[in-house]
Ligand binder design. Structure first.
Ligand SMILES: Cc1ncc(COP(=O)(O)O)c(C=O)c1O
Ligand SMILES: [Zn+2]
Length: 432
């Protein structure tokens, strides 16, 4: 790591000069982590970086942590199992949409059931590096559950702020993992502001999304994995213009559900890392999906606004994980879509709920509403001609359906009730 660079003014800081945000831009001055790619290139080839480790830690030389601290904290704990989630070929889903090459990246398989484990794993190691007594975050629920579970795995005290309306399953995780849980009687945006204030007042290590610059660095590992796994899935596919066999293969488009914008910003960072190292030969287009009732980034993108021009909005959607009125990582999210020639789309709550059984039945992935929104967004992207039949497309399934069973139940038919009797079963099955 060379240092940190402000996404607003471009000022660069040494690692000790800025802890979280650019001193000139307050909480909006989100920082990018800058690496010495020439050094990494000299020291590692893809084959040597990609150790025999089926987790995010296979990318250690590209992560913003001290290797010896990471190894000590992670080994033998749940932290060691974060990442390297499956990339399923989804032929039946693809056929329904007239696509030929579709994959689903299943991050419901993370240790606490969501994509957020990627970022929280880095937070736990960074907190150890900083010698932090307490780690804290505000969250719509999954980042909290991820931090809570991974802190529990290593015995790290933590305090969590979630809106009172967070789904019960997510709150249950926090309590079972033994976090100090504060249910904020307000929105996620209010919980976030409160958590920033409290962290400052008490000197706690702050994991907040779109504030702590290292969270995008955890999230970028999904981009690394997709490009590696796609190569494994398509050994004979040779991108035009390449003579040698690439170790990694970039898809044409990735469909990503967006709340704060940290996942999409992190994916972009991962792809930029790989492009800078010359390990992929092109940038996939990033397509962000928001719920219609919580779509400030779609609005800003349509109106050509920058992140710093955006004003807080009211958010309401069944997809609690992406219910965000003022996206904290809006600068990185808009940049991800604009710089890759991607797009933002919005989907209704009905489309999100309907996507849950489709994804489950045609691909075997049980997704929570925010994750199902990615598939609903793909349907919209196909309608709008944003992705074509021959393109290689990846949908990010970011969280498990077990996180919010009540929403899944709303999306399916009621089950048959049957008396404990064979002839009854025959009668009911005949009717079905
Ligand atoms: C399951 C799931 N999908 C998508 C998102 C959106 O990620 P971001 O807020 O980084 O845009 C979240 C964030 O909480 C999430 O938990
Ligand atoms: Zn700045």
């Amino acid at each position: 790591m060379l240092g940190l660079k402000c996404t607003v003014c471009g000022s660069e800081y040494g690692l000790d000069e800025a802890e979280y945000v650019c001193p000139h831009h307050g909480d909006d001055g989100i920082l990018d982590v800058v690496y010495d790619y020439a050094h990494i290139q000299r020291a590692f080839t893809p084959d040597r970086v990609l150790a025999d480790d089926r987790s995010i830690w296979r990318y250690l030389p590209l992560l913003p942590v001290r290797a010896e601290v990471a190894r000590k904290v992670v080994t033998g704990t749940a932290l060691a199992t974060v990442g390297w989630t499956p990339l399923y070929p989804a032929a039946r889903l693809a056929a329904g949409l007239g696509l030929r090459h579709l994959w689903v990246k299943d991050d419901s398989r993370q240790p606490t059931g969501s994509f957020k484990d990627r970022a929280s794993a880095i937070a736990v190691v960074k907190a150890r590096e900083a010698g932090a007594g307490v780690v804290t975050t505000a969250s719509t629920g999954n980042a909290a559950a991820a931090l809570s579970g991974l802190c529990a795995a290593v015995g790290q005290p933590n305090v969590i702020f979630v809106p009172r309306t967070a789904p019960q399953a997510k709150v249950a995780q926090l309590l079972a993992y033994g976090s100090t849980v504060l249910l904020v009687d307000g929105t996620y945006d209010q919980a976030f502001e409160l958590c920033l204030q409290v962290a400052r007042a008490f000197g706690w290590y702050n994991r907040n999304t779109g504030f702590n610059p290292y969270m995008s660095e955890g999230k970028k590992t999904a981009a690394f994995e997709i490009c590696e796994q796609l190569r494994i899935a398509r050994p004979r596919f040779k991108p035009r213009g390449l003579n040698s066999e690439p170790r990694m293969l970039a898809p044409d488009a990735v469909i990503i559900p967006v709340g704060d914008g940290c996942i999409i910003g992190g994916m972009h960072k991962g792809l930029r890392d790989l492009a800078s190292l010359g390990w992929i030969d092109r940038m996939p287009r990033l397509i962000g999906v928001q719920a219609a009732g919580s779509s400030p980034l779609v609005d800003a993108w349509e109106r050509g606004l920058e992140g710093w021009d955006m004003a807080p909005t009211k958010a309401r959607t069944v997809a609690d994980s992406i219910c965000v009125g003022m996206p904290r990582d809006r600068i990185k999210a808009l940049r991800a879509v604009r710089q890759t020639g991607g797009a933002f789309v919005r989907v209704s709550d009905d489309e999100i709920l309907s996507a849950i059984p489709v994804l489950a039945q045609r691909c075997g992935v049980f997704a929570e509403p925010a994750a199902a929104a990615a598939y609903a967004g793909l349907v919209r992207a196909v309608e709008q001609g944003l992705v074509g039949a021959g393109q290689q497309v990846v949908v990010l399934a970011t969280g498990s359906g077990l996180k919010d069973p009540a929403s899944a139940i709303r999306a399916v038919e009621q089950p048959q009730i049957v008396a404990p009797d064979l002839s009854e079963v025959r009668r009911v099955l005949a009717r079905l």
